[in-house]
Design a binder for this molecule. Structure first.
Ligand code: 5HY
Length: 253
């Protein structure tokens, strides 16, 4: 089985951290590649960033289809491009927010999300509602650390623990969801300090994709996630013209 984990931002150091988290949970027969798109934002902290991350994600899915990849993880807590990726991919595609929220709902009565910047909280609530976790999600909190400073800010882990502890108290929740792929390496430490399950969406999504592939299940090819109708794209996106018209081997690369 071959799983591709896509870091939707273009920061290689973050992809390396994401890869460590995913590699720690794959089975013996699973091949994993963690990829950094050649185009996109250095980090994703706004709707603008998220929108501009999607062509890079779809390029990595297209490349994965040529390479025979069986399933994909979108390793950004906004789950950018998830629906479009599902239309292109022949195997399952799971976003880390989706996976983390579903895992959290299996582990407790209510969860709280600890993310990076306050401005991304709206997106987390939107996804919680979309994934049927609107009631289980009891709070979303930023820790005022930009994505690319998670590794450099000496207070990061203490800050995440403090915000997590306050969230558990305030929300009367019993599970913490880490709201950024860049927090994957903090999971064990935060859980040990808070004494509750702490969910890293990268690991959860990787295991869920592996399970679906093992079950022989994939995204439904009919209806909403059927392959997109062939048409021409112009300008910067000319290379995204679907295979039916341009011959897939010439697709986005
Ligand atoms: C992430 N941004 O997981 C999100 C987290 C966030 O570049 N990778 C990013 O802050 O929304």
């Amino acid at each position: 089985m071959h799983i591709r984990v896509i870091n939707p931002n273009t920061t290689v150091a973050m992809t390396e951290k994401i890869e460590l988290s995913a590699r720690a949970v794959i089975g013996p027969g699973t091949r994993l590649d963690a990829v950094t798109p050649a185009l996109g934002p250095a980090s994703i902290e706004s709707h603008y960033d998220e929108a501009l991350s999607v062509p890079g994600i779809l390029t990595e899915v297209a490349g994965g289809e040529r390479a025979g990849v069986d399933g994909y993880v979108i390793a950004c807590f906004g789950d950018p491009g998830l629906d479009a990726a599902r239309e292109l991919a022949s195997g399952p595609v799971i976003g880390i927010a989706e996976a983390a929220m579903h895992a959290a709902m299996l582990l407790g009565r209510g969860f709280s999300v600890v993310t990076t910047l306050d401005r991304t909280r709206g997106r987390a609530w939107e996804l919680a509602a979309r994934y049927g976790a609107g009631r289980a999600c009891r709070g979303v909190y930023g820790c005022a650390i930009p994505v690319l400073e998670l590794d450099t800010d000496p207070d990061t882990v203490e800050r995440v623990i403090a915000v997590g502890r306050a969230a558990l108290e305030r929300d009367d929740s019993d599970v913490i969801v880490l709201g950024c792929a860049g927090m994957a390496d903090l999971c064990a430490r935060v859980s040990a300090e808070l004494g509750v399950p702490v969910v890293d969406g990268v690991a959860a999504a990787t295991v869920f994709v592996q399970s679906l592939v093992t079950l022989g299940l994939r995204t439904s090819p009919v209806g909403e996630y059927a392959a997109p109708p062939p048409k021409h794209y112009t300008g910067l996106l000319a290379g995204f013209t679907r295979p039916d018209l341009a011959g897939w081997s010439a697709g986005p690369d």
